[in-house]
Design a protein around this ligand. Structure first.
Ligand SMILES: Nc1nc2c(ncn2[C@@H]2O[C@H](COP(=O)(O)OP(=O)(O)OP(=O)(O)O)[C@@H](O)[C@H]2O)c(=O)[nH]1
Ligand SMILES: [Mg+2]
Length: 200
């Protein structure tokens, strides 16, 4: 009885929901990342890569890849009782750029996933968020067999502002991806503080 009464008096906390984008080049692990962390079955829009698409779909470096995202990935993760993230993975190929503006609307921040073997593939995503002043962090997806580069080397190669966090991660690992998402939320919160200094 006591249990029931105290439960009833508790007002449930409505969680704050935030939208985070996951961007980056073709086959860098965006769909994998969303799938690793989502507590709901992630929505995927994968299509099979075909022989006909070979001239446009550059699978160099990801030869074992058989599908590609054509619209978006969507997943949800509860970081705290009062904080839920909706995570949207973008399609990686250039021919789907027209979808980005739609996906970016209302986003609090973004993760640009990078593969150090094909770092140039994420230049476009970095540019996109810089131009729109959307706070972003860079997540270096440490593929097996890829040389490990320290975060600072990646920062230099991408010519990032000093305040942009660079974190090493494994897109297949839930805890690792969680750390990435916590970093982007923290970075976006800091960026917001700088933009709107507290009224005096
Ligand atoms: N070894 C290793 N393989 C990975 C990792 N992340 C992803 N992969 C593999 O790399 C391939 C590409 O992963 P996806 O998650 O489909 O990549 P994506 O960025 O969503 O690709 P697009 O949507 O086509 O741009 C898949 O075969 C994954 O299993 C990783 O951290 N390590
Ligand atoms: Mg994908």
């Amino acid at each position: 009885m006591i249990f029931g009464r105290s439960e009833r008096r508790k007002t449930p906390v409505e969680p704050v929901t935030l939208k985070i984008l996951v961007a980056g080049g073709f086959g860098v692990g965006k769909t994998t990342l969303v799938g690793a962390v989502s507590e709901i079955r992630p929505l995927r829009t994968e299509e099979v890569l075909t022989e006909a698409g070979r001239p446009v779909d550059d699978i160099a470096g990801v030869e074992r890849k058989s599908t590609t995202t054509v619209a978006m990935d969507f997943g949800r993760i509860t970081l705290r009782d009062d904080l839920v993230l909706y995570v949207f993975g973008t399609p990686g190929q250039d021919r789907f750029w027209f979808l980005w503006d739609e996906l970016a609307t209302g986003a609090l921040g973004a993760v640009v996933l990078a593969d150090t073997r094909r770092l140039e593939d994420c230049f476009a995503a970095v540019d996109y968020f810089e131009r729109r002043s959307i706070p972003f962090i860079v997540g270096v997806n440490c593929f097996d067999g890829a040389a490990r580069h320290p975060a600072d080397a990646v920062r230099q190669a991408l010519d990032l502002d000093p305040d942009v966090p660079v974190v090493l991660c494994d897109a297949r690992d839930k805890e690792s991806v969680k750390d990435v998402l916590i970093a982007v939320v923290g970075h976006a919160a800091e960026a917001a503080e700088h933009r709107q200094p507290a009224a005096t």
